[in-house]
Design a protein around this ligand. Sequence first.
Ligand SMILES: [Zn+2]
Length: 89
Amino acid sequence: MRDREIYKKIQFEEGIVIGLIVVVILGVILASFAVIYSERAKVEAYNNGVCKQCGGKYEYLQAIGHRDYTTYLYRCRQCGKMLELSQAR
Ligand SMILES: [Zn+2]
């Protein structure tokens, strides 16, 4: 009877550990998807430095430092469209 209780306790603790591992793995997967998605969105928006509206070249203006990220400002040389790209530090 005593052995059984100990075994149950071990099983319960293993269940918690496995649960935690699954949660951590899911968290990492979700986080990396979010990073990939936002990186793609940035690349898409930057479009190799070519303005999507007029086909003009983006010109680098300035970088604005925030607490945990930096915003880079670009402006289209032809139509003046502004583009903001943020990058985590
Ligand atoms: Zn343009």
